[in-house]
Write a protein that binds this ligand. Structure first.
Ligand code: ADP
Ligand code: ASP
Ligand code: MG
Length: 418
């Protein structure tokens, strides 16, 4: 007997029929002798609907009130799933985040989990109940409801699994695992049997929304065995077959077989680029540009500074698109008053495309193949950044899908792994 956590995403919870299927699947796992904790998301489309409704009243919604509204989506899901289990004769109980409690900081709309109390949950599990806990939400130190950012139910599930020292956390979703890239964009994308934790961390942080980045961080920190698999298979397929399906996130590099050089391609359109032109090239200039941006709590991602010519240089960086206007406003003042640079140019129409793979550590020529492929498609590279296991480029956003498809092919990701 083991303690297992299941997480079901919005599509998996998308209708009463699907919820009944989830209940049937969970009942199958419990009947096999496991203690079951289930963390569902809101029904698909519900969180978007709630945010849109909030914006009809207040275009820039107040964070506390927005969380109060958005958290209701998951509350409906847990209640419906508990009912579906009871209707199938399985004892179950649903909890909102504050009832567990799942404690977070007070950063509304992007709160971080600080601790999860396991007492109440264990009592129910010992009494033979399936425990259903809302994804995406928690409670701060002042008793306010908080949410964890879009896609945050993944993080709730892995954090619950860590707190309960669960044997495994199974993330059920609308694809049957982690693919070489988003199969909606590249139909030839292949499912990976395994992906290393480091690769998953890069892919999630670079835009693969199959797992929220913080869930991967939790999995790594607490060594939670985590698997991504499909919720759309018939719920009565043999448990052993289901348990071995999908993609496992591993913590060890597999030396027994030849490691593919590149494991996946991630992309996103979430960023915007800002360039400060004709900056005097002197010590402290990067700090003068980025210091006020950091003080305004705006995260900066990629940064480049050109070689200077005649004592002047250009300085570019990217920020999240939601913070683009705020970053421009901060810089406008600073550039005029303090730095006395030429002008600021902004471009929100960019995309970031990244190739990821731990095989990069031991192979050369990855960057040149990436750049050659993009040049053959006549795609201009605006910025480049690298780490030991990834290369990212910023390009014009209209070329994003073309770039992803071309790179997927160039790196042989559509071919079966050897
Ligand atoms: P859920 O509602 O279950 O949390 P999400 O929509 O958040 O599901 O995440 C699943 C989606 O992630 C898939 O439908 C797929 O389009 C997308 N996705 C992006 N990158 C990948 C990838 N590398 N592998 C699999 N799915 C991916
Ligand atoms: N319902 C939330 C969202 O749509 C959380 C989640 O689905 O993981 O972002
Ligand atoms: Mg998700």
């Amino acid at each position: 007997m083991a303690l297992i956590v299941h997480k079901y995403g919005g599509t998996s919870m998308g209708s009463s029929e699907r919820i009944k299927n989830v209940a049937q699947r969970v009942a199958k796992w419990q009947a096999a002798g496991h203690q079951m904790v289930v963390v569902p998301s809101a029904m698909s489309g519900e969180t978007n609907r709630l945010i849109a409704l909030a914006k009809e009243i207040q275009p820039q919604p107040d964070g506390r009130e927005l969380d109060m509204i958005c958290a209701t989506g998951e509350q409906v899901s847990v209640g419906l799933l508990a009912m579906a289990l009871k209707a199938q004769g399985v004892d179950a109980v649903s909890y909102a985040g504050w009832q567990v409690p799942v404690r977070t900081d007070n950063a509304f709309t992007k709160a971080r989990i600080q601790s999860i109390d396991d007492e109440r949950v264990r009592r129910d599990l010992d009494a033979g109940r399936v425990v259903i806990i809302t994804g995406f939400q928690g409670i701060d130190g002042d008793g306010n409801i908080t949410t964890l950012g879009r896609g945050g139910s993944d993080t709730s599930a892995v954090a619950v699994a860590a707190a309960l020292k669960a044997e495994e956390c199974l993330i059920y979703t609308d694809v049957d695992g982690v693919y070489t890239t988003d199969p909606r964009v590249v139909p030839e994308a292949r499912r990976l049997e395994k992906v290393t934790f480091e690769e998953m961390l890069e892919m999630a942080s670079l835009g693969s929304k199959v797992l929220q980045i913080r869930s991967v961080e939790f999995a790594g920190k607490y060594k939670v065995k985590t698997r991504v698999l499909s919720s759309l298979t018939p719920p009565d397929i043999p448990l052993a077959q289901e348990a071995a399906s999908g993609t496992l996130i591993t913590f060890e590099e597999d030396n027994s077989m030849e490691q593919a050089v590149i494991s996946g391609i991630a992309f996103n359109r979430d960023e915007a680029k800002i360039t400060v032109l004709n900056v005097p090239d002197r010590p402290g200039i990067a700090y003068q540009i980025l210091g006020p941006v950091a003080e305004a709590n705006i995260d900066v991602d990629m940064i480049i500074q050109n070689a200077s010519s005649k004592g002047m240089t250009d300085f570019s960086f990217t920020v999240h698109r939601n913070e683009y206007q705020a970053a421009l406003a901060v810089l406008n003042e600073q550039v005029k008053e303090v730095i006395k640079a030429g002008e600021i140019a902004g471009d929100p129409k960019i995309a970031k495309v990244s190739v990821v793979g731990i095989g990069m550590r031991s192979h050369v020529g990855i960057a040149s193949l990436m750049f050659r492929t993009l040049s053959e498609e006549r795609i201009n590279i605006q910025m480049i950044s690298t780490s030991e296991i990834k290369i990212s480029v910023v390009i014009e956003d209209k070329y994003m899908e073309l770039a992803v498809r071309a790179l997927h092919k160039a790196f042989g990701l559509d071919q079966p792994a050897v």
